[in-house]
Design a binder for this molecule. Structure first.
Ligand SMILES: [Zn+2]
Ligand SMILES: [Zn+2]
Ligand SMILES: [Zn+2]
Length: 274
């Protein structure tokens, strides 16, 4: 299984779209890996995770087959994870030939946002099938077993992270999770999952949070708990992503702090083999 990070920033990007703070100024000066677009990832070129406003830019930059993607996992309804307006373009005569039906696996809030956002013109909705992702209820998607898990984020909806297994490998992918609720740790323990790669929310960088996002100390706590329940072996990779400039570390500072914990810092375009 291959995981590719298409975007690794929180909602405002790094540099943030309208910001002049020192972290954003330094990112603009350094360029390259210091520039982060809104979070999105793709598994094996056929399972897309989240649909941020930068999806189109990711398509141009990384050349994956966006018109051919039929499986989309969505973590929650915030605009940096579900920019529904873009899906208006996924119909004839704006796309030729008429795209295949895309299944969107999501919570109730994402489904409501989808229906609110689709104009009746061109009957766009016929090109989509909404599949409700319920916490701890496995979904069979192509060759993947995908289990939605509960995150600790916006209390107004059931924000999710995903446990994805295929070919004997298991990936845990989250962003905007906070420190996972007990029910998520309990499910992972009961399931007997052995995670090969865990990708954690680290919005707050060096600061503690845990309630809506995570910082390095929260990620270390999550890793420790996953290790204790036998889900993370010594050889498992721990990666951090979904960064905000309000974490107040530049990329080199973040990489130095993360290295002390043994975490790999994701960057836009990073591809990892499990
Ligand atoms: Zn986010
Ligand atoms: Zn800034
Ligand atoms: Zn969010």
């Amino acid at each position: 299984m291959r995981l590719r990070y298409l975007g690794t920033a929180a909602a405002e990007g790094i540099p943030a779209v309208f910001c002049r703070c020192p972290v954003c100024a330094e990112a603009r000066r350094l360029g390259g890996r210091d520039l982060r677009t809104r979070s999105q990832a793709i598994v094996n070129d056929d399972l897309l995770i989240d649909l941020p406003p930068d999806t189109y830019a990711h398509y141009l930059a990384y050349g994956f087959d966006l018109p051919g993607i039929t499986e989309l996992l969505v973590t929650h309804s915030h605009t940096d994870h579900f920019y529904a307006t873009e899906l208006e373009m996924r119909c004839s005569p704006l796309a030729h030939p008429e795209p295949p039906v895309m299944r969107i696996y999501c919570n109730e809030a994402v489904e409501a946002k989808f229906h609110r956002s689709m104009p009746p013109k061109h009957n766009v909705e016929k090109n989509f099938s909404i599949v409700r992702a319920r916490p701890f209820v496995p979904l069979a998607i192509r060759d993947y077993s995908v289990v939605p898990l509960l995150a600790r984020h916006d209390r107004a909806e059931e924000c999710l992270l995903y446990l994805i297994s295929s070919g004997g490998k298991t990936l845990l992918y989250g962003n905007d999770t906070g420190l996972f609720p007990d029910s998520t740790f309990d499910y992972i323990e009961r399931s007997g999952a052995r995670i090969d790669l865990a990708s954690f929310d680290c919005t707050a960088m060096g600061q503690r949070d845990g309630k809506n996002h995570m910082g390095l100390a929260d990620v270390a706590e999550a890793r420790e708990r996953l290790t204790r329940i036998g889900a993370l072996g010594a050889g498992a990779a721990c990666v951090i992503t979904h960064f905000s400039h309000n974490g107040r570390l530049t990329r080199p500072q973040l990489e130095e702090a993360a290295a002390k914990e043994g975490f790999l810092v994701a960057y836009d375009g990073l591809s990892l083999e499990l």
